[in-house]
Write a protein that binds this ligand. Structure first.
Ligand SMILES: [Zn+2]
Length: 266
């Protein structure tokens, strides 16, 4: 507990999110950092309850990077150093439907995954979980890992960034694929062998660039220490796709050592 800082309750967060005025019948894909909110009474579960209060049809990524295997060789221009996984491959875990979401997804995503009644798609690396989003979850295949984002967009869905910026905005990867940007192949360990996972998205470290362009249709509130932004998916995807088509380097990161971003424009 930090002196002079009040602990937020679920209802504090719910009340602070209400001015976003999200249409309750529309699905939402959310990304959250619990720690960005400061102290929250009840932790990730409380944050999740507040979010479900304003977004009862909720989807979050429940990605499982621990299943990933790096093979000794594979396709060219794949943003990967083959053979570099000799140590990490030994620690890889078999995908299971009940596997926790990776820590990088945040505690709220894992709280949603664990919640009774939550459904989960079964991509061995890029699964999503949610409530009230059955159609989106059912649309995911090995070949189309980001199809759930497309379904949410068709349904007039929204993106909700809770104390995080666009560098975790998975929907922008969907826009990259729509714009024709190179996608990658990755491999996952499963109980029925190693699965090849095509159309795997690239690097998201340059995604914050979209903030300037999405400002006209973004809604923002402050909740405790956290900035929360809501964006309707359709204009977001249209804007990002147009940006990439007009500049092939748009939304890529500036790290010259980034293998993914180098391959994306080759
Ligand atoms: Zn990069």
């Amino acid at each position: 507990m930090i002196a002079g800082v009040e602990r937020l309750t679920a209802s504090d967060i719910f009340n602070a999110l209400r001015p976003l005025d999200l249409p309750p019948d529309r699905p939402v894909i959310a990304h959250a950092s619990l720690s960005a909110f400061g102290q929250v009474e009840g932790g990730a579960e409380a944050l999740l309850e507040a979010v479900l209060g304003v977004a009862p049809r909720l989807m979050m990524p429940a990605f499982t990077y621990k299943t990933m295997i790096i093979p000794p060789c594979g396709p060219e221009k794949n943003g990967l150093t083959y053979g570099s996984g000799r140590e990490s491959n030994r620690l890889a875990e078999f995908f299971r439907a009940g596997m926790p979401a990776d820590r990088l997804m945040g505690a709220a995503a894992e709280a949603l995954r664990r919640r009774p009644g939550t459904q989960r798609s079964l991509h061995p690396i890029l699964s999503f979980c949610g409530v009230g989003v059955a159609e989106a979850l059912a649309s995911q295949t090995l070949k189309e890992p980001l199809a759930p984002v497309g379904v949410l967009a068709e349904q007039g869905g929204w993106v909700l960034l809770l104390g995080v910026d666009h560098t975790v905005n998975t929907s922008l990867h969907y826009a990259e694929a729509q714009a024709g940007r190179r996608q990658f192949t990755r491999w996952a360990l499963t109980l029925s062998g190693i699965y090849e996972c095509p159309n795997f998205p690239g690097c998201s470290q340059g995604f914050q660039e979209i903030e300037t362009y999405s400002r006209p249709f973004a809604r923002t509130v402050r909740v405790g220490w956290a900035k929360v932004t809501a964006l309707p998916l359709q204009p977001l995807l249209r804007t990002a796709t147009a940006l990439i088509r007009s500049n092939p380097r748009a939304l890529l990161c500036r790290n010259p050592a980034c293998e993914l971003c180098a391959c994306a424009v080759e």
